[in-house]
Design a protein around this ligand. Structure first.
Ligand SMILES: NC(=O)c1ccc[n+]([C@@H]2O[C@H](COP(=O)([O-])OP(=O)(O)OC[C@H]3O[C@@H](n4cnc5c(N)ncnc54)[C@H](O)[C@@H]3O)[C@@H](O)[C@H]2O)c1
Length: 355
């Protein structure tokens, strides 16, 4: 049986919507837990609980590795298959989320995630102040995909510096798989830097972007296995499988897509195959780093961007540690996270014995 390692998990039936609202607080060891609100269909609400547990633990790793004084949490609203969200029901759901977040008295703040937008955060903000990522004109830090793309670019520079002796991405061959909110912005940034791009997406309408940027267009699997220097998974999780890794032709993988490894063992497989893998929780931390700095720490936009750019140094340091200690970057990252959490954890209470 696996160990229950979360601090608190709250599951409530939304008073207005009747839908299960799940908030998992994985850790507040480093400070208030943060993590987005996922609103999507599940065959069984318990799959939503599994997602909340897994994603909140991922947020702990993301915050710790990014040097943020925050822990990991996540909200999931598990909608039954086929349920159509009318505007009125959506508003009810968001107010139910707000009440559940408010119940935790500031131990956790929510934000946008799959299925929710900055405008939804404004609605949540009508009932609780513990919310991040509202639009800029509503006092929030806005669309997180912009800093997430900038953080990914910073990670790619670090990998370029390590592999090729220069962080300059001009002429570097890069495949971006998934050109949605983050992937499209990143592709534009890479094109502006002079990278040679391969783009892929399941949505054929995204082909127009490759035409606009002068990039090659491939089906997702061909883009994943393209002959490039750097591969950027920017769609869904689970793309790095035991089947696909032996076919990879890139030197390194660094992308924002959450939970890229189909199983934990794939990290070693990548290493054995000679491919550097920078964990998604390091690469994709730009959005949360920016939101926390600007909204919770009351920093300026420049402070927020500096936090995002710091991902380049974090990745460079981890690559150096991995090289000098003979470990993988993923192992070096796990150690960094463990160290941060251990040094911040309160000392265990001394056992008192009587009699
Ligand atoms: N938005 C953020 O700020 C942020 C922050 C951290 C991590 N992430 C992660 O980055 C990833 C992308 O996020 P996003 O906000 O751009 O999502 P998005 O939904 O806007 O874009 C995802 C894109 O991937 C495409 N896609 C879906 N399945 C695919 C497949 N099998 N192969 C190729 N393309 C496929 C979609 O058509 C879409 O264009 C997600 O895993 C997300 O969890 C996002």
């Amino acid at each position: 049986m696996s160990t229950f390692e979360h601090e608190q998990v709250l599951i409530r039936t939304g008073r207005r919507s009747g839908l299960p609202v799940i908030v998992a607080v994985h850790s507040s060891t480093l400070g208030r837990a943060v993590g987005g609100c996922r609103l999507r269909h599940y065959d069984d609400w318990r799959d939503g609980l599994t997602d909340a547990l897994r994603l909140s633990a991922g947020m702990t790793a993301k915050c710790a590795a990014a040097g943020l004084d925050n822990g990991g949490g996540k909200t999931v609203v598990a909608m039954p298959g086929g349920l159509a969200l009318t505007p009125a029901l959506r508003r009810d759901v968001l107010h139910d989320v707000a009440d559940t977040v408010a119940f935790l008295n500031g131990r956790y703040a929510t934000g946008p995630d799959v299925g929710t937008t900055p405008d939804d955060m404004t609605v949540i903000g009508e009932r609780t102040g513990h919310v991040l990522g509202r639009p800029v004109d509503q006092g929030g830090s806005g669309d997180s995909s912009v800093p997430t793309a900038a953080g990914t670019l910073a990670a790619l520079r670090a990998v370029g510096g390590h592999l090729y002796g220069t962080p300059d991405l001009k002429g570097r061959r890069v495949a971006v798989v998934g050109v949605g909110s983050v992937g499209e912005k990143l592709a534009r940034m890479l094109a502006a830097e002079g990278a040679v791009l391969v783009l892929g997406d399941i949505d054929p309408a995204k082909r127009a972007l490759s035409t606009e940027l002068g990039a090659a267009w491939e089906e997702p699997e061909q883009a994943l296995t393209a002959d490039v220097d750097l591969l950027v998974p920017a769609a869904l999780g689970g793309v790095l499988t035991e089947r696909i890794v032996p076919r990879l032709r890139c030197a390194a993988v660094a992308g924002p897509a959450n939970n890229q490894l189909a199983t934990p063992a794939v990290a070693d497989l990548l290493h054995d195959h000679g491919v550097i893998w920078v964990p998604d929780y390091i690469v994709g931390a730009g959005g949360v780093a920016y939101a926390v700095t600007v909204e919770l720490r009351r920093g300026t936009a420049e402070d927020g961007l500096a936090r995002v750019q710091a991902i380049e140094n974090t990745v460079t340091d981890l690559l150096t540690t991995a090289r000098t200690t003979g470990t993988t970057l993923a192992e070096a990252a796990s150690e960094l996270i463990e160290l941060r959490l251990r040094s911040a954890a309160p000392a265990p209470a001394k056992e008192s014995r009587s009699g």
